[in-house]
Design a protein around this ligand. Structure first.
Ligand code: HEC
Length: 171
């Protein structure tokens, strides 16, 4: 029994060790999301766009609460296909195709929100579009996570793979 416990213990240790070194190659036991291996600048780029998306959604929802469909259009449009600073544009060839397509779908969704708020002017309809857009956000978040793979940032790799903490510590 004791021997068995020891064997089990060693196995767990081994798994933990593997988890901490193999995270760049893919999902691990704790986190099944596909890994996007980016350097720090690329990660910052993606996350900055993400925060504008969240900010945009928030502004659009508050405009909707005020029944201000003009404002909805005004804030949805810049997040549409006209948005230049997107990972799809800047990280073309680095991000997987499926990821790029989901990114593009998000920008098309914002264009539809802008178009329909202008033409249909039905808050309920806009709300439904926002809900569908949020499902798209969620769909991508369920599937991907970023792992900073830059050689300069791979030192002191925290076991949890929490890269934002890693970046903070580096500063
Ligand atoms: C094409 C894929 C994709 C889509 C679509 C997407 N995201 Fe993200 N988002 C990501 C990834 C990848 C991360 C980083 C997750 C990680 O590394 O754990 C992220 C992170 C974020 C973050 C955290 C930013 C930070 O500074 O840490 C926010 C906020 C966010 N997304 C908001 C949104 C919103 C709102 C939408 C929809 C309007 C959206 N995202 C759509 C892929 C996507």
């Amino acid at each position: 029994m004791k021997k068995l416990q020891k064997k089990y213990f060693l196995k767990v240790l081994l798994l933990m060790a593997l988890g901490s070194v193999s995270t760049t190659s893919g999902a691990n036991e704790y986190d099944q999301r596909q890994v996007l291996s980016l350097n720090k600048a690329q990660q910052t780029y993606v996350l900055t766009e993400m925060r504008s998306l969240l900010k945009g959604i928030e502004t659009i929802v508050s405009a909707l609460v005020a029944d201000d469909l003009e404002k909805v259009t005004r804030h949805a449009r810049p997040l549409g296909m006209a948005m230049k600073e997107t990972p799809e544009n800047k990280l073309h060839g680095i991000l997987p195709k499926a990821f790029m397509m989901q990114g593009k779908a998000i920008h098309m969704a914002f264009d539809s929100i802008a178009d329909d708020a202008e033409r249909i002017k039905d808050p309920k309809h806009t709300l439904k579009q926002i809900s569908e857009t949020l499902q798209k956000c969620q769909g991508c978040h369920d599937n991907y996570r970023i792992k900073v793979s830059d050689a300069s940032t791979s030192k002191n790799k925290p076991r949890t793979g929490n890269d934002s903490e890693q970046i903070k510590r580096k500063k």
